[in-house]
Design a protein around this ligand. Structure first.
Ligand code: S3P
Length: 174
């Protein structure tokens, strides 16, 4: 069985929904932002401030590699994970990628003060959304809308995952 990998914009609900999916399937939950903070011993905002975005992206690639070798795992990715093709390739090897899509209007109502690239700036968030949405769509096997409740989105992910995995287990007719 493949891992479940959640990608999407900051504030799209990846961690909340991911934890519910992990609970339902009895999988372990990983959050690449948390992995980075634990390894570095400092918050992401400080990594950006002190060492810059490109250093953060290197740490993110290391986290992607580490997460990708887990099994029976739900992996919630930082919003920029899809910026490097090598991250997507690594996570796809043993994982099914889901784009958790929350409408821009709802994202704009979310408190994103602690996200260095957004910081509650409406214009920045809108620009990031327009630039990223096609990348998320191209990277994911499924797009799941998180515009109702987190439980609803989690149920949709579990249903899509089960049907995909069942199909891959079906015997090939000879
Ligand atoms: C980022 C999103 C953040 C975090 C970092 C960069 C991005 O994660 O990885 O601030 O480039 O979109 P969340 O998507 O969990 O907020």
């Amino acid at each position: 069985m493949k891992n479940i990998v959640l990608i999407g914009m900051p504030g799209s609900g990846k961690s909340t929904v991911g934890k519910q999916v992990a609970r339902t399937l009895d999988y372990r939950f990983f959050d690449t932002d948390m992995m980075i903070e634990q390894a570095a011993g400092i918050p992401i905002s400080i990594i950006f401030e002190e060492f810059g975005e490109s250093h953060f992206r290197d740490l993110e690639t290391a986290a992607a590699r580490h997460a990708a070798i887990q099994t029976r795992a739900v992996i919630s990715c930082g919003g920029g994970m899809i910026l490097r093709e090598e991250n997507v390739m690594a996570l796809r090897k043993n994982g099914l990628l889901f784009y958790l899509c929350r409408p821009l209007a709802q994202l704009l109502q979310t408190d994103l003060f602690d996200r260095p690239l957004v910081q509650n700036d409406e214009q920045r968030l809108t620009a990031l959304y327009e630039q990223r949405a096609p990348l998320y769509e191209a990277s994911a096997a499924f797009t799941i809308f998180n515009d109702k409740s987190a439980q609803h989105a989690a149920d949709e992910i579990v249903a899509a995952y089960r049907s995909e995995e069942d199909e891959s287990l079906e015997p090939i007719d000879s």
